[in-house]
Design a protein around this ligand. Sequence first.
Ligand SMILES: [Fe+2]
Length: 352
Amino acid sequence: MVPKVIFGSGSFDQLPSILAPKRKDKAPFIYLVDDVFKKNEEFLNRLHLRFNDKLLFVSTMEEPKTEQVDTIVKNIKNEFTYQPSGIIGIGGGSVLDLAKAVSLLLTNKGSASDYQGWDLVKNKGVYHVGIPTISGTGAEVSRTAILTGPEKKLGLNSDFTPYDQVVLDPDLTKGVPKDQWFYTGMDCFIHCVESLNGTFLNAFSESYGEKAYDLCKEIFLTENLTDEESRAKLMMASWHGGMSIAYSQVGVAHAMSYGLSYVLGTKHGVGNCIVFDHLEEYYPKDVALFKEMVKLHDITIPQDVCSNLTEDQMEKMIDIALSLVPLWENALGDDWEAIMTRDKLRALYLKM
Ligand SMILES: [Fe+2]
């Protein structure tokens, strides 16, 4: 679990005082920041960079890759004599996961792709702080850093992955485009659905999942909240949804969305929406709720994204989805292989 967290409108301004005691002599803080903030002087001034601190802007046009982590780590090692005092990730799920991975690869030899899996990371990472600027992915609280590698899209799942400190400032999510707000919020909703309907469910996951699920319904199905309340509640829904899956697993939508992402580069939030829209068979009540939310907010879910796949691409998509064994076990139980056959997956993908 994340051991330290602060929450509140404007809490971002406490960052310099949080970092000050962690600063080691000659060792910089490295800030990985979503490049949407590149020209936002006012925001960047609030970081108060000092000494040899370094600011790296990260494009989120594509989801994070193991190769990208390796390059950033190599550059940091080349540029600085001392191991950084800390890594600060500021952005959405992609940047948050990238920063976690960079922290781990600074203290663990080899390539990020060597650690894609469960509990492969040997050493504690460099001190790392996560600051979400969009809510829903749960990346700020999760024990994974999801990366696309040469062979698979899979996270660095380990006890060393979670942030040492998180700053939750709902004001930072102001100005997120509506579609992105919805897709990323639905990532949270889907985390809850997959956790609450999974065979791995337990009282720990259920308590967080139920809270996040209720918050999502309040945010996306009622119109009684002010923007400020909605931002604060979605930030907490993201946290609780992430906590819920930390002690259970996600399910069908995530497994299939990983396949889409690997082959077509579909981003996580929208990918989940594309898939979830067609999962009535597995999550009937919640797919109906999802469709209501889509309608209420007048959101377009891309259609027919798999209609022009080559046979190789389709096979790869199915391989990637089926490789996520714990997700299927959670969703469908021990007999999942008999239920989710390659033909069944193909038929589902062709609907999307
Ligand atoms: Fe997710």
